[in-house]
Design a protein around this ligand. Structure first.
Ligand code: AP5
Length: 218
């Protein structure tokens, strides 16, 4: 199964990508997670990406395309993948298509998550993330068992630097300008499934799993 999760910041792509990857036994590729790992490890790529990310702007296409190209060649992707947060521009989508074609592969589905702007802002402002294992929580909607501590690895949770109000506004604007055109792009290629991402994490998961079940490897 090879799928893309599309949608504005905070619609729940990462939360659902984790669950789908576990349930369908495919790899999750999150460009946001890969870039944050680079920032944490102070790699040249991470240092270049940090200022864009903190401001809520997109990292240059060439940087993220290189990351994804490497990841798609990884044996962990042999059974398929969920791409979370990539592609985000038309050139990224075209490059993804070219990489897959060169491997005689194609996307099965693109799921576009839709949530109201008010809900997205509530979700992002209350998000807490684990800097070590990347698990995501929410102070009200998905609280950890022990306040401020990651359920998975015990690390202290943090608020992402781009989850401040100002950066959230920029990310939503960048999404409208640069990423929303991908909805039409994939619709024209008859790959798009629209999905209402409001409701509980469990209820959204049921809907996503239903959309993707036909593409599950046998
Ligand atoms: P990235 O990490 O991809 O951020 P994003 O797209 O802005 O998405 P988010 O992670 O904010 O939201 P999400 O939809 O995954 O929501 P989540 O599941 O966490 O990118 C960060 C930055 O990296 C970008 O700004 C850019 O600079 C750079 N970057 C990354 N990819 C790039 C690319 N391809 N090209 C260029 N630059 C790139 O959920 C949010 C919160 O809501 C959580 O607290 C969660 O617990 C909660 N929640 C989830 N589902 C529900 C629900 N159903 N009900 C209630 N709460 C919920």
């Amino acid at each position: 199964m090879r799928v893309v999760f599309l949608g504005a910041p905070g619609v729940g792509k990462g939360t659902q990508a984790d669950r789908i990857a576990a349930q369908f036994q495919v790899a999750k590729i999150s460009t946001g997670d890969l870039l944050r790992e680079g920032v944490r490890n102070k790699t040249p790529l991470g240092l270049e990406a940090k200022s864009y990310m903190d401001q809520g702007k997109l990292v240059p296409d060439a940087v993220v395309i290189g990351l994804v190209r490497d990841k798609l060649s990884d044996p962990s992707c042999a059974k398929g993948f969920v791409l979370d947060g990539f592609p985000r521009t038309v050139p990224q989508a075209e490059e993804l298509g070219a990489v897959l074609t060169s491997k005689h592969l194609a996307l099965d589905r693109v799921v576009n998550f839709q949530v109201s702007r008010d809900d997205v802002i509530k979700r992002l402002s209350g998000r807490r993330s684990c800097p070590k294992c990347q698990a995501t929580f929410h102070v009200d909607f998905a609280p950890p068992k022990q306040s401020g501590i990651c359920d998975r690895c015990g690390e202290s949770l943090v608020q992402r630097s781009d989850d401040r109000r100002e950066a959230i506004e920029t990310r939503l604007k960048v999404y409208e300008d640069q990423t929303a055109p991908l909805v039409r792009y994939y619709e024209q290629r008859q790959l798009l499934s629209q999905l209402n991402g409001s409701g509980t994490v469990d209820s959204v998961f049921q809907k996503v799993a239903q959309v993707l079940t036909p593409y599950r490897a046998t």
